[in-house]
Design a binder for this molecule. Sequence first.
Ligand code: NAD
Ligand code: ZN
Length: 247
Amino acid sequence: MDKTLYQFSVELIQQSRYLIAITGAGISTESGIPAFRGTNGLWSRFDPEVYASRSGFLSNPQKAWELFLHLYESLVDARANAGHIALAKMEKRGKLQCTITQNIDGLHQKAGQENVIELHGSLRNLICTVCSQTFNIKGLLLDSQDLPPVCNCGGVLKPDAVLFEESIPAESYFAALKHIRMSDVVLLIGTSGLVHPVNELPEMAVNHGASLIEINIEPTVLTAVCKTVFLKGRAADILDRFNCDLF
Ligand code: NAD
Ligand code: ZN
């Protein structure tokens, strides 16, 4: 990682009046949850068209549930890592105002963060595709022999997370926009910037005059477009180091 850029980032954070974070799957890889893209990404094993699109889910829920079960299994014991914990500390100290996440793993909350907008929902709840009743995952025993799980009305249950072809709940999106407009510094952490419409948020922040600090193991499509201060490295390492230098 470039030392000058790192030091510049620390100063940006110190001087910020309204710091927010946008996070993606990359912040959770060190908690043992694979990202979708990149080396060891889930897509190398599961075709998203089949497994994680609304039409794919409805035409073959049993197959889609193979992926969800796989995700649930990796999530049950997953613990927040140093990256989540560093953000939680920044929030508690009043430095970080809000975290907008695409993740569905709930690890920001496990680390103790309260101001989290889960733009893609979460895997905590299941929703019935017929009557919209919701169920907490904790109360259900999911068995690979017995997929897909069904509601007492007979409808198939789906994780209450946003699949491809589904829209982000308007309420969460507008809440995110509000923070984007208020932000003057944005931490962009572990996201490929390929998922719409979340990938529009960083550019909106730039257009409002915010500076973007990007933390990723490799540059992304957003690096050049948003002229980010790019810090190459693992989210857990860099965020942890920020905390040591900030507090
Ligand atoms: P993505 O899989 O498209 O990209 C992950 C990004 O993280 C890549 O740019 C990669 O280079 C980077 N990365 C990997 N390890 C890193 C590390 N240790 N430190 C910093 N960066 C690292 O992820 P996305 O942009 O979030 O889009 C994927 C979509 O899939 C999201 O909509 C999300 O809902 C869903 N998803 C969620 C989870 C989760 O909840 N943990 C996991 C997989 C996918
Ligand atoms: Zn139902």
